[in-house]
Design a protein around this ligand. Structure first.
Ligand SMILES: Nc1ncnc2c1ncn2[C@@H]1O[C@H](COP(=O)(O)OP(=O)(O)OP(=O)(O)O)[C@@H](O)[C@H]1O
Ligand SMILES: [Mg+2]
Length: 243
């Protein structure tokens, strides 16, 4: 088992936003987290690597270590390298002052070839132009793919991905999902937040349905699709397929 989260509680100030979440993730598995806006999906991902100013209780055992108890220094050794992340708002995670080249190469000893390879993997073929661009010179979808490339380049064993395909057109989305399937085949794991049940169906193994900070339903993907128990899950499913 790669990650085991046990009874995770997260508070912003005195407000409890995650109320005892438990799940686990095996090597080569994609666990999807679905739930309405505000249910705590982003909070869950960020809390695991302590990227928010929240207080946490519970356990998140990753490769035998409780992430929730690590020092900032220990976490910095894990962030990016062992646990990669792709967040919802790419603009917030790309530094406007540095070209893509600097941000992508920062982590991997100036290996330009590797940088070009991951850019192509995410469908950014004009590698020179992209590497020499500042974030504001890229479209939203390109920025999102640069972030995905930044997550991939360090070859982490776990990726936390928050709506990674939302800003992408259908064909790029397909590419990214193919990358996720390849990662899975290599034994990498992904905790994937999405509101898109199409994405869940294509790459997910297991689904957690989050409502107001609690897991209200969970199960194998086919089970959730074929036989959702909770009305909330049924609603999420039906609203996903209306438009
Ligand atoms: N930094 C923060 N400080 C205080 N409250 C926060 C903070 N971030 C999120 N919240 C609150 O925590 C709750 C969960 O937010 P979160 O961002 O985790 O939801 P989400 O499920 O990711 O929603 P969405 O689908 O809209 O991205 C919300 O009520 C939100 O207002
Ligand atoms: Mg969110």
């Amino acid at each position: 088992m790669l990650l085991k989260v046990e009874d995770l509680h997260v508070f912003y100030g005195s407000r409890e936003v995650l109320k005892g979440v438990s799940f686990w993730l095996d090597y080569g598995q994609i666990v999807c987290v679905v739930g309405e806006s505000g249910s705590g999906k982003t909070t869950l991902l960020k809390s695991l690597i302590r990227l928010n100013r929240a207080s946490v209780k519970g356990k998140a055992i990753f490769k035998g270590k409780n992430l929730l108890e690590l020092s900032e220094k220990e976490l910095n050794r894990i962030r990016g390298k062992e646990i990669g992340f792709i967040f919802q708002e790419p603009s917030l995670y790309l530094d406007p002052l540095f070209k893509v080249r600097e941000q992508l190469l920062e982590c991997c000893e100036e290996d330009k070839k590797k940088a070009e390879e991951v850019l192509r993997e995410v469908g950014l073929y004009e590698t020179d132009r992209i590497l020499n661009s500042y974030p504001h010179q890229l479209s939203g979808g390109q920025k999102q793919r640069v972030l995905i490339a930044m997550a991939l380049i360090q070859n982490p064993s776990l990726i936390l991905a928050d709506e990674p395909t939302t800003a992408l057109d259908v064909s790029t989305q397909k590419k990214v999902l193919q990358i996720f399937r390849n990662l899975k085949r290599e034994g990498k794991s992904i905790l994937l937040v999405t509101h898109d049940f199409g994405v869940v169906a294509e790459v997910g193994d297991y689904v957690l349905v989050l409502k107001e900070g609690k897991v209200v339903e969970e199960g194998d993907v086919y089970k959730i699709f074929e036989n959702p128990r909770e009305d909330y899950t049924k609603e999420l499913l039906s609203s996903a397929f209306i438009d």
